[in-house]
Design a protein around this ligand. Structure first.
Ligand SMILES: Cc1cc2nc3c(=O)[nH]c(=O)nc-3n(C[C@H](O)[C@H](O)[C@H](O)COP(=O)(O)O)c2cc1C
Length: 336
């Protein structure tokens, strides 16, 4: 779809065709391990990590992950080129496959730190951030942004505003933009409202992909079924999925087969649970509680008879052995 230049740092287009979105308190390493069991070929993003936490804090706490999570992209939050570059260097040492800069989060907390979506109003600064990270590491540096921003006084939601942003930031060395196809309303709406109230405008992202064929444009926002994925892939190089990937994780396995690898054999859900029990036995010690691992599995049986009993049993688990026993119990027997 896009005309990737020969010198690109980006992996082959098939590697970024489908991805799971960065989501705070959702896409932690435990969720990503689980998602990887379901979708071996999909690109996974971390939660947003503030560059400060890596540079000044304990990088192990924020950056450790399991080898099986590859390909995995770290999303950074920040607006200081030098600090982002330092954080990107640490991330490269940890083996991440991509660094993504958050230019889409509308929360007041992020906004008061002057990063996230409000950075769309300062494209030259975003270009500097990208350039500093690009100089510091050899990984691809990507940006996740909205189609525009509206702070109640100034509404920058024209296609021209978006195109100018992308043009400027690409000059800093960004070759892939993940565009949440809604504007961000800064002030006024909560982050949650900002994910549903501003209307979805896929056509704007499609136009961007047409007019910037040398860039890789990935669309995000409100993609909830395979038909929508297929339609979006007619328009852009990739689709990033957020909430539905969490609500109905088994869909990721189906997507992996339909869009990434037709030979992929869908896993049986009980085998996935058994693999999670093995994983939990490794990680659940001291600091990590079993619930931190299992809470991400609540949607595994979404849409299947017995889903409610599954969620109840999962929430009541007291030990890894009980999780292993749950894996071995047929779903139709859970009600008893
Ligand atoms: C609980 C939650 C946390 C999120 N955290 C982040 C984040 O850390 N960084 C980010 O860029 N977007 C974040 N988002 C936004 C998603 O990445 C995505 O852009 C948004 O949910 C729209 O996609 P969807 O309709 O497929 O969910 C978050 C969304 C949710 C629901």
């Amino acid at each position: 779809m896009s005309e990737t230049p020969a010198t690109t740092r980006l992996p082959d287009e098939s590697c970024t065709r489908l991805s799971v979105a960065p989501m705070m308190e959702r896409t932690d390493r435990y969720y990503r391990y689980f998602a990887r069991l379901l979708a071996p070929d999909m690109l996974l993003y971390t939660e947003m990590v503030n560059a400060n936490a890596i540079v000044r804090g304990d990088p192990n706490r924020w950056l450790e992950y399991h080898d099986s999570e590859h390909p995995v992209a770290l999303q950074l939050g920040g607006n200081e080129p030098a600090k982002l570059a330092a954080a990107a260097k640490v991330a490269e040492q940890f083996g991440y496959d991509e660094i993504n800069l958050n230019v889409g989060c509308p929360s007041d907390r992020v906004r008061s730190g002057a990063f996230g979506a409000c950075l769309m109003g300062d494209a030259p600064l975003v270009a500097d951030c990208v350039a500093a990270m690009s100089d510091a590491v050899s990984l691809p540096i990507t940006v996740k942004n909205r189609i525009g921003i509206d702070d109640g006084e100034v509404c920058n939601d024209s296609y021209e505003f978006l195109a100018q942003f992308v043009e400027t930031v690409s000059q800093g060395g960004c070759e892939m933009f993940i565009v949440h196809a809604r504007k961000a309303v800064l002030g006024g709406l909560s982050p949650k409202q900002n994910r549903s109230i501003p209307p979805i405008r896929y056509e704007v992202v499609a136009q961007l992909a047409r007019e910037f064929p040398h860039l890789r444009i990935v669309v995000n926002g409100a993609v909830r079924d395979s038909e929508c994925v297929a339609e979006r892939l007619e328009e852009v190089a990739g689709v990033m999925i957020g909430r539905q990937a969490y609500k109905e994780p088994y869909w990721l396995a189906e997507l992996n087969r339909q869009f990434l690898n037709p030979d992929y054999e869908l896993p049986e859900r009980p085998d996935v649970v058994a693999a999670m029990a093995d994983y939990a036995a490794e990680v659940v010690q001291g600091r990590v509680r079993l619930h931190h691992v299992t809470r991400h599995m609540a949607g595994l049986y979404a849409g299947v008879a017995g889903a409610r009993a599954w969620r109840r049993k999962l929430a009541a688990l007291g030990s890894v052995d009980e999780l292993a026993a749950l894996a071995a119990t047929p779903i139709e027997r859970l009600n008893g």
